[in-house]
Design a binder for this molecule. Structure first.
Ligand SMILES: N=CN[C@@H](CCC(=O)O)C(=O)O
Ligand SMILES: [Zn+2]
Length: 395
């Protein structure tokens, strides 16, 4: 067991629920971490630097800001292929309708295991280099039994938060038999995939011919729950629809996107705030030229809000949680404190995790450090790589 005392912290952002937006930011603090390595240690002490206990090692962070590592609770990282031309077309006015998923499915199916693994590992490393210490990873670009299982197995090599998303898109070979594809997703594919996943997700979007209706989504989620998986939903991304209310009704941990919300959707999110988090993905609005959801109104109404990257080749090929924080502040009406909390403790809540997303005694020592004195710089210095995961001896 090695203990490490982290000292000379400019601002310690605990996200402990106190202070403006729950940021729990304090100066003059120190943190002690204990670990046996490999893997993250545990936070064993937090308090005034003047009364810090002795430790085996001292890590002087030189007046920088220390905060919980970002919890990116929505990402699609197992894929091959390039869709940059689709992005350029959208910037020229084309609307996103989900059809491009088929391009990624073809490329991903054709890729060898080693190629997919290397790409996945590089994406996770890219995230860590920007301060993300937990990421959820979905399947959904295989859409055939062996390809979905392969994606989940690869995802499990890099995270515990693995999500089965067979209901991402109706693949081309099943286009004439949608019902048959849903049968597969809730039948043989689910049986093969459930042992490799914690979560099940569905792209509930009746506005897209490529995605799933409310009733199809209900079937997928119910089958997943029966198979022991917990629920997440892609909802209300392209247009108004049933996704948000379905997620709330079925007790999903998170409903993600929430771009188009009716008053009834907001009411459902308020009523379900103890169970269901609205995970906002502002990089998608940026990359699809869509309207940003009104996070201010959701927070004021009492909705549980997280922000995540949705890193994927179609709607947002950015892995940067600092960029998402900057967008949340600039475009969605969140204060800098609220955005940081939504990217840490909020993401943890969307994953039903209490051991991450906060700096408290007993939490995992998943920490990030900023090349800056305080958290305001995350949005203030948008586009500048000031955040990174903090490596602590004993980890
Ligand atoms: N909308 C569904 N899934 C992804 C996009 C997938 C893609 O276009 O490749 C999303 O979360 O935005
Ligand atoms: Zn997604």
């Amino acid at each position: 067991m090695t203990s490490t005392l982290i000292t000379d912290i400019g601002e310690l952002v605990t996200c402990d629920g106190t202070g403006e937006g729950g940021i729990g930011a304090r100066s003059g603090q120190a943190v002690v971490v204990e670990g046996t390595g490999p893997g993250p240690g545990t936070i064993v002490w937090v308090g005034p630097a003047s009364s810090a206990p002795a430790a085996d090692e001292v890590l002087d962070v030189g007046g920088r800001c220390v905060l919980p590592g970002f919890v990116d609770s929505h990402a699609h990282l197992v894929f091959d292929g390039d869709r940059s031309a689709e992005f350029a077309a959208r910037m020229a006015g084309q609307r996103y309708d989900g059809g491009g998923i088929g391009v990624t499915v073809a490329a991903t199916r054709a890729a060898g295991d080693e190629r997919l693994r290397a790409a996945l590992q590089a994406r996770v490393a890219e995230m860590r280099a920007q301060g993300t210490t937990t990421v959820e990873v979905k399947s959904g670009y295989g859409l055939a039994v062996e390809h979905e299982v392969r994606a989940l197995q690869l995802a499990a090599e890099v995270t515990d938060e693995v999500t089965y998303l067979g209901a991402h898109f109706v693949p081309p070979e099943m286009r004439e038999d949608r019902d048959g594809y849903v049968d597969l997703v809730v039948g043989e594919m689910l049986q093969a995939c459930a042992p490799h996943a914690r979560w099940i997700d569905v792209f509930c979007e009746p506005a897209s011919p490529h995605a799933f209706t409310g009733e199809e989504s209900r079937r997928v989620l119910a089958a997943g729950r029966d198979a022991g998986l917990e629920l997440r939903v892609h909802g209300n991304q392209i247009d108004h629809g049933p996704g948000v209310r379905l997620a709330c009704e079925m007790g999903a941990a998170s409903v993600d996107h929430c771009t188009y919300l009716s008053d009834a959707d907001v009411d459902a999110l308020v009523d379900s705030a103890a169970t269901t988090t609205a995970t906002l993905l502002p990089g998608v609005e940026f990359s699809t030229k869509s309207p940003y959801p009104d996070a201010r109104a959701l927070l004021d109404a009492g909705v549980s809000v997280a922000i995540a990257s949705d890193c994927n080749p179609g709607t947002c090929f950015s892995s940067s949680m600092p960029f998402m924080i900057a967008l949340a502040v600039r475009e969605m009406g969140m204060t800098p404190s609220e955005a940081v909390v939504a990217a840490t403790r909020g993401g943890a809540r969307a994953l039903r995790r209490e051991d991450i997303g906060r700096i408290e005694i007993g939490a995992r020592a998943d920490l990030a450090v900023l090349q800056a004195p305080n958290h305001l710089h995350l949005a203030y210095r948008a586009g500048v790589p000031i955040a990174r995961a903090l490596e602590v001896a004993g980890d």
